[in-house]
Design a protein around this ligand. Structure first.
Ligand SMILES: *Cc1c(COP(=O)(O)O)cnc(C)c1O
Length: 355
């Protein structure tokens, strides 16, 4: 059944293994981030098999689905007050930035007779989650160090997510300074200094990262084979773990310009067109409910994606050297956003391939 996403488990495994070896060589452990593939069980199993330090996901229901794995589970998104029970039940560690939430975690952990690990998030300027204010951070660290039921395990930061800020050595220095201050002030040892995501990877390869940094949370490099500070392919990794396949349901000669007065398209936008004369247009059975066309690239370099609606993608195949027929399939590579949406769409079948 199409559309479907081909998932190459061997290539995924290679990517995880290569990065794990490199980071372990610099004494950096990895939380394997599974949110982009909705914690798909076969992919999450790779994190477990290769013994990463944890599976990390933003949604507690995804972590619940891998509850039977022994590997640690980390909730990446700041916990909602309304989900505290499940957070304590299905994750070992959560990332936090609100004292009210930490207090709820403490109470619930005591109720469940557990110790829940807390990593405090520091905002170093990317302006998504974390404490920007140092005094507030120290107050929170004090509470987290003292409250029962929880254990303050570390601090972390997230960069290149909202503000597009590129991780620099100075961010690492800030993080280390904060960690030292917390350790001295509250007389505790922090297990994790978690220096970011796939965008911080490049710093580890410059051999100048301070030894105190000991954790990264990696998703994109594993699924796309690209680091995210500069978008470069990472040496020794595969960029084609995921491939989208969709089927042609119509193939016809049609004008490139719509005929009639142009009002609105199906999504309320006003479309514009360039007159290229008659063209061979294919409709494939896949649409916005599955993936945004900005996030896919056709394998056939001679075809051009013209547009899409909920369930259709329209492609200009005029220049293609292939002799397409109705019923043929087209293949597309996927960017991070594309992987995210095809893995989330219930209409896209998942097919695992092994070499
Ligand atoms: C998604 C996420 C990551 C992983 O980011 P990648 O760019 O996919 O490596 C790490 N940390 C947090 C808090 C996240 O939300």
């Amino acid at each position: 059944m199409y559309p479907r996403v081909l998932i190459d488990l061997d290539k995924f495994k290679d990517n995880v293994q290569v990065i794990k070896n490199r980071l372990n060589n610099c004494d950096i452990g990895i939380f394997g981030v599974s949110k982009v593939f909705c914690c798909d069980i076969k992919l999450a199993e790779v994190f477990d098999d290769l013994q990463l330090d944890a599976i990390a996901d933003s949604r507690i229901e995804n972590l619940q689905s891998v509850n039977h794995f022994n590997i640690n589970k980390v909730l990446l998104r700041l916990p909602m007050h309304s989900e505290i029970k499940d957070v304590v039940k299905y994750s070992d560690i959560s990332l936090n930035s609100e004292i009210s939430t930490i207090k709820l975690l403490s109470n619930e952990a005591m109720r469940q007779n557990k110790t829940h690990g807390v990593i405090l998030m520091v905002d170093l300027g990317d302006l998504r989650e974390g404490c920007f204010d140092r005094a507030e951070l120290m107050n929170m660290a004090q509470a987290a160090a003292q409250l029962e039921g929880i254990k303050l395990l570390g601090i972390g930061t997230n960069l290149t997510c909202f503000g597009g800020i590129i991780p620099k050595q100075s961010h690492m220095d800030d993080l280390i300074e904060i960690s030292n201050e917390i350790q001295t002030k509250f007389n505790i040892k922090l297990k994790y200094i978690s220096a970011g995501n796939s965008s911080s990877y490049y710093l580890t390869q410059k051999q100048e990262l301070a030894k105190e940094i000991n954790n990264l949370r990696i998703g994109e490099i594993f699924v796309c084979g690209r680091e995210t500070a500069f978008g470069d392919a990472v040496e020794g990794t595969h960029q084609d773990v995921f491939t989208l396949e969709a089927e042609i349901v119509e193939l016809k000669q049609k004008p490139s310009m719509p005929v009639g007065e142009i009002g609105m398209d199906a999504f309320g936008g006003t479309p514009t067109f360039e007159d290229k004369g008659m063209m061979t247009r294919a409709i494939i059975a896949c649409g916005k409910q599955d993936v945004n066309i900005d996030n896919i690239t056709a394998y056939d370099k001679d075809i051009e994606i013209i547009g899409s609606s909920s369930d259709h993608i329209i492609v200009d195949v005029t220049a293609s050297k292939q002799n397409y027929k109705v019923g043929d399939t087209l293949k597309f590579s996927l960017s991070y956003g594309g992987i995210l949406s095809v893995m989330t769409s219930k209409y896209v079948n998942k097919k695992y391939i092994k070499n």
